[in-house]
Write a protein that binds this ligand. Structure first.
Ligand code: NAD
Length: 333
């Protein structure tokens, strides 16, 4: 593949993996990120004359027409993410997610570029019917419960994108990502797998929220980024919404057990209430399971990497990280 692409949120977890893939496919890249949760370390090995980095808010950088010279695609991943950040400052998250997406869509329309929007399974809210299908009714809790604000911003992003497709012919594809996991994802913002891996490798007790019977699906970031590029390569995917994730469910309690076992079995687990973890009024959907019919029909999507393979890799990487920190502390002393 030749040509140029922009990735907003390019120094983040998924953005940095997508950059690796697109660069390997031969594209010239501009990564834009304000480093609010992303990091230069995620992309330092990629940066050269075919992959440059701009430290800025996405829509501010993309408003510069010079940036678009020869750019055919933009992958819009920049967003404030993580349950903890949403609860700590919902207003900042709402402004960031909606305003950035509006700006990015407008700039892409002016440039005539194709766009991928990284939406979320949070759009479904607490929809009780499983599996979750793209054309289902969306069900949210009251506005006094801040956690629903994130899913609502992603739903508004989808409305903006679909309107831009219908009225201006923008070539835009929307991916509703379910839990995506892999190297470089961090646990500080409430992401469950890195949090559990960190505790299990340290031999410390894992906190499982609620009664642990809630179920989720987890898909390796390499499978997710491959699907993103394949969707963007097919004309009949534009103007459409696609669930993107694994359809293999696991309870969060079983996930903790699986990670403890793969890490050698010395850590324990305990249940703590949502109220203790996130304060009053916090609700969490009991189950999340995507219907993947649409994406299978579009690009024959089937995740290649199993949950155990991903967890084993993450445990190994965490151990290497700890050893590297210990070695550099030892060397410095
Ligand atoms: N990881 C998941 O399981 C998951 C699930 C559903 C949806 N998503 C979506 O995928 C996208 C990427 O998420 P991620 O997991 O890689 O998280 P991440 O926090 O690692 O990536 C988001 C990136 O966007 C950057 N950013 C935030 N606001 C910005 C702004 N205004 N301008 C420029 N950069 C900005 C952050 O610094 C970060 O690097 C997000 O849109 C997220 O909502 C992720």
């Amino acid at each position: 593949m030749t040509g140029k692409a922009i990735i907003t949120g390019g120094a983040g977890f998924i953005g940095s993996h997508l950059a690796t893939r697109l660069k390997a496919e031969g594209l010239e890249l501009t990564l834009v990120d304000n480093l609010s949760t992303g990091s230069r370390d995620n992309i330092s090995e990629l940066l050269d004359d075919r992959c440059r980095f701009i430290h800025a808010d996405a829509c501010e950088a993309l408003a510069d027409d010079k940036l678009w010279d020869g750019v055919g695609q933009v992958y819009h991943l920049a967003a404030a993410v993580g349950v903890q950040r949403v609860i700590d400052d919902p207003a900042a998250m709402v402004h960031n997610n909606v305003e950035q997406t509006a700006g990015v869509l407008d700039a892409a329309r002016r440039a005539g570029a194709s766009v991928l929007i990284a939406s979320s399974s949070e759009v479904y809210g607490k929809c009780p019917v499983l599996p979750l299908r793209e054309d289902m009714e969306l069900v949210y809790g009251p506005t006094t419960a801040s956690r629903w604000s994130y899913g609502l911003t992603k739903a508004i992003d989808e409305h903006l994108a679909i309107d831009m497709h219908r009225r201006h012919g923008l070539r835009v594809v929307i991916t509703r990502l379910f839990n995506t996991i892999g190297p470089r994802q961090v646990g500080h913002y409430g992401m469950v797998v890195p949090r559990f891996v960190e505790r299990a490798v340290a031999g410390k007790t894992i906190d499982v929220y609620g009664d642990g019977t809630q179920t989720r699906t987890f898909c390796n970031v390499r499978d997710v980024t491959r699907a993103m590029t394949e969707l963007m390569a097919k004309d009949d995917c534009f103007g459409r919404v696609f669930n993107l994730g694994s359809d293999q469910r696991i309870t969060i309690s079983e996930l903790a057990d699986r990670i403890i076992k793969l890490a050698g079995g010395t850590a324990g687990k305990r249940l703590i209430s949502y109220e203790e973890a996130f304060g009053p009024d916090f609700e969490d959907p009991a189950h999340r399971l995507p219907d993947t019919t649409r994406i299978r029909e579009a690009i024959d999507f089937k995740p290649q990497i199993t949950l155990d393979e991903t967890l084993t890799e993450l445990i190994k990487l965490r151990r290497e990280q700890i050893a590297a920190v210990a070695a550099s502390a030892g060397g410095g002393g």
